[in-house]
Ligand binder design. Structure first.
Ligand code: URA
Length: 259
C-alpha cells in the first residue's frame, strides 16, 4: 500500500486529527537505508495524549462523581474535571447542554461532532441545524427544550462511542436527567436510545415508540420517545417521513398537557 492510500485509509477509519505534540517521522522506520544510527536511537517523544489506549470501564467512579453533584452547575464542573474517560484527552472541550432546563422536555443525542466540539454546544453542526428546523416546524425552539448528549466529549473522527465509553458516561447523563427532572425525554438515534433504555433493539424498531424510563433518584418513570438521528435522516431521505411522524407524535404528547 503506498503512503497516500495508507493516509486515505486512516481518514476513512476516522483518524482525521494529529494527536501528538511532536511529529514522528515514520519514514525513518520504513526506509532503513536513510536512517542514521543517531536518529534510530533517539528516544520516542513522550505522548501528550494516549490516542489508542482503550478506556477501561470506570462507571463505578463516574457514578460516584455524578452522584455527588447536587446542582447542574456542580455536575458540569465535576464532568469538566473528570479524567476517567480517554475521550476527554482528545476532545477540544466538554459539551454539556443547551436550551432550557426548566422546559420539561429533554432531548438526548449521541455525542458531539466537530462543530459541537469547537463551539461547546450540542447539535450546532449540520445535523443540529436540521434537527432545529424539524422541531421549529412544530413550534419547538431551544427555549422550549433542553438538549444534551449521552457522551459529552467528541469521539475522534466522529466514530461511535465504544461500549466502555458509554458505560463511563451514562451515570453523568442519568444524574443530569435526575437534576433536570423533565416531564418527557426524546432519545435521538440508536446509541442514545439503547443506552438509556438498556435495550438491544435497533432504532428502526424503537423509533416512534414511547417507553417509561425509571431514572435513579426520581420517584416516577419518565415517558421517553425514540426517534431517528438527524445525521441518518440527512443520508436517507426516505426516512424523513418517519421522522416527521415522530415529531408530530411529540407535539401531540406535549399538547395533551393542556387538554
Ligand atoms: N450528533 C449528536 O448526536 N450530538 C450532537 O451534539 C451533534 C451531532
Amino acid at each position: 500500500m503506498d503512503d497516500l492510500a495508507a493516509l486515505r485509509l486512516q481518514l476513512e477509519w476516522g483518524a482525521d486529527e494529529a494527536l501528538e505534540d511532536t511529529p514522528v517521522d515514520r519514514m525513518l522506520a520504513r526506509a532503513p537505508s536513510i536512517v542514521t544510527p543517531h536518529r534510530v536511537s533517539e528516544p520516542v517523544p513522550a505522548r501528550a495524549a494516549a490516542p489508542f489506549v482503550i478506556a477501561k470501564p470506570q462507571s463505578a467512579r463516574s457514578q460516584d462523581v455524578a452522584q455527588a453533584a447536587t446542582t447542574l452547575d456542580d455536575l458540569r464542573e465535576a464532568m469538566r474535571n473528570f479524567n476517567g474517560c480517554a475521550l476527554s484527552t482528545t476532545a477540544t472541550q466538554m459539551v454539556f447542554a443547551d436550551g432550557n432546563p426548566d422546559s420539561g422536555l429533554m432531548l438526548i443525542g449521541e455525542a458531539p461532532g466537530a462543530e459541537e466540539d469547537r463551539i461547546g454546544k450540542p447539535f450546532v453542526g449540520p445535523s443540529g441545524v436540521f434537527l432545529d428546523r424539524m422541531l421549529a416546524s412544530v413550534g419547538l425552539d431551544r427555549d422550549k427544550f433542553l438538549i444534551t448528549n449521552l457522551v459529552p466529549w467528541r469521539p475522534p473522527g466522529n466514530r461511535n462511542p465504544t461500549e466502555s465509553e458509554i458505560q463511563i458516561c451514562l451515570p453523568f447523563l442519568l444524574r443530569h436527567i435526575a437534576l433536570v427532572k423533565p416531564k418527557r425525554l426524546v432519545l435521538i438515534g440508536g446509541i442514545a436510545a439503547q443506552a438509556v433504555l438498556g435495550s438491544k433493539t435497533g432504532i428502526t424498531r424503537l423509533r416512534g415508540t414511547w417507553a417509561e424510563v425509571a431514572i435513579p433518584g426520581l420517584e416516577k418513570p419518565i415517558p421517553a420517545l425514540c426517534m431517528l438521528h438527524p445525521a441518518y435522516l440527512l443520508r436517507n431521505i426516505g426516512a424523513k417521513k418517519d421522522a416527521w411522524k415522530d415529531i408530530v407524535a411529540l407535539r401531540r404528547h406535549l399538547d395533551s398537557d393542556s387538554q
